[in-house]
Design a binder for this molecule. Sequence first.
Ligand SMILES: [Zn+2]
Length: 109
Amino acid sequence: MHVRTGDEVLVIAGKNKGQRGKIKRAMPRDNRVVVEGLNIIKRHMKARGPRSPGGIIEMEAPIHSSNVMLICPSCGHASRTGKRFLDELDHKDRPRKVRYCKACDAVIE
Ligand SMILES: [Zn+2]
């Protein structure tokens, strides 16, 4: 997946189109991400004792990762990203794979 937890992203489709947010949770297996403060859904919760009183609570619902673009930390653009291998090795002695910004060519850690 092209985004991970902590990334700043721009939503490019759906009801939060054009809004920015930070990835709170990434679910690579489902290609989905939860963006902080976006795609809010309301859930009517039943009370389950004193620590969860119930009522209507708001929470973020996951959106598909293809509906967000990564905002490049170097150039600030919502950019397409690519993957590239570095000369240095990772902990498994394989070339380290990193993401890079296709707009400014900067490596994104
Ligand atoms: Zn960039």
